[in-house]
Design a protein around this ligand. Sequence first.
Ligand SMILES: [Zn+2]
Length: 205
Amino acid sequence: MTSNVHALETIKRPQTTSDRPGEAEVKAAFRTIIRWTGDDPNRNGLIETPARMVRAFQEFFVGYGQNPTEILQKTFEEIEGYDEMIALRGIRFESHCEHHMAPIIGQAWVAYVPSGRVVGISKLARVVEAYAKRLQIQEKMTAQIANTINDVLKPQGVGVIIKASHHCMSTRGVHKSGADLVTSRMLGCFRDDPLTRQAFLSMAV
Ligand SMILES: [Zn+2]
């Protein structure tokens, strides 16, 4: 039993500084990839590319350093009993699929019905961002956003809809551009009350 518990902790434990490769190691890896494509990493146009890729990847995956639970900590309770839906629509995001590291470009609709307290609206966008800037699959990202808002704010309900195009499908593989994937997660009154659910869905068409 103890070994099982330990295995779980090993998976969940965030990467420590000691097993995180340094910048030089990552640059070398990018040089290897360039060589593997058939090009020469030493030619003029490519010499700075590994360093640029390091900076770009730091941006792509900045979400690992952000804590969505912390983002939602500060709430406001002077809301005069406001208990209707709060929806932030069309939050654009860029993510990367965990299967190909290809871009996922899309929009998120995030809504909740508060239960005595609300959060600053920009914080909803920051939660989307914190999960998007990681290696993702859209289904998981949709659930993570909804679950976090639900766990931290404890509202009457949460709804999240994501529509996104996946470059691993448009620029490679089946090469189907123009298709987007729609996912949703409804919790609390968004799941149980058909009117709330419908009101939210109609905002995201
Ligand atoms: Zn993919």
